[in-house]
Design a binder for this molecule. Structure first.
Ligand SMILES: [Fe+2]
Length: 237
């Protein structure tokens, strides 16, 4: 199941994909030759793209342990419980997000689906020995949109530090223009027709064990030492 798609994301398999891939569909047919009700296969937690101590000292193994092992996994476990037996059980994670965005009756499903997706995207937005300068094609677009890479970094810091309460700072493509945006709580640019390129999690669980209330120190350190510009460049498509 740990196969990366063209975006570099480990895909969340739908129940149908899982059944087809794992058994060629044969498991769907019972001994008597009649299709039986398939058991919904849960969405899977993608493996971290690096060891849990690989981002230290900027983000400690302790933080990663709770953040990935408890928070990210918790959202995914909640989501699997919420969609079991519903119209959403067969959908990919991305389709669940789009289908439930803005629907007040489906807030719990949206929140857990979006948080699951946002976290998978966040882990890939970071890498050991990250930071530095973006690859040429991305740098050119950044300079065109913001004036300089430094100006883009500053906008990301501002978005991340001015997000009131929990949320996310993002570099996105809207149409063919790069923008920095922030979202609150579980919200995601994916639900607003934008194409996310990278993100920084600014929920307190992302930094409190290492930085306590110093969110700006966490954000600056991430941009300087961990941000994965190559991942963002790949997402440009
Ligand atoms: Fe988080």
């Amino acid at each position: 199941m740990n196969v990366k798609d063209e975006t570099g994301l480990v895909p969340h398999w739908s129940r149908r994909d899982f059944l087809l891939a794992s058994a060629g569909g044969a498991l769907l047919v019972a001994a008597g030759g009649f299709p039986r009700a398939a058991q919904a296969a849960p969405l899977l937690l993608p493996a971290l793209p690096y060891g849990d101590d690989a981002l230290a000292p900027v983000i400690s193994a302790n933080t990663i342990g709770f953040h990935y092992g408890k928070h990210h996994k918790g959202y995914l476990d909640n989501l699997n419980k919420l969609v079991a037996g519903t119209e959403y059980a067969d959908l990919t994670l991305e389709k669940i997000i789009i289908a439930t965005a803005g629907n007040a009756e489906k807030t719990a499903i949206f929140n857990n689906a979006a948080q699951t997706w946002n976290h998978s995207f966040y882990w890939q937005s970071l890498r050991p020995k990250g930071g530095g300068e973006p690859p040429a094609a991305l740098k050119q677009k950044i300079v065109a949109a913001f004036g300089s890479v430094d100006a883009c970094r500053k906008e990301l810091v501002t978005a991340a530090t001015t997000q009131f309460g929990s949320g996310w700072a993002w570099l996105v493509l809207e149409g063919d223009k790069l923008k920095v945006v922030k979202t609150a709580n579980a919200d995601t640019p994916l639900a607003k027709g934008m194409k996310p390129l990278l993100t920084i999690d600014v929920w307190e669980h992302a930094y409190y064990l290492d930085y306590q209330n110093r969110r700006a120190d966490y954000v600056n350190a991430v941009l300087e030492k961990l941000i994965n510009w190559e991942f963002a460049a790949k997402n440009l498509g």
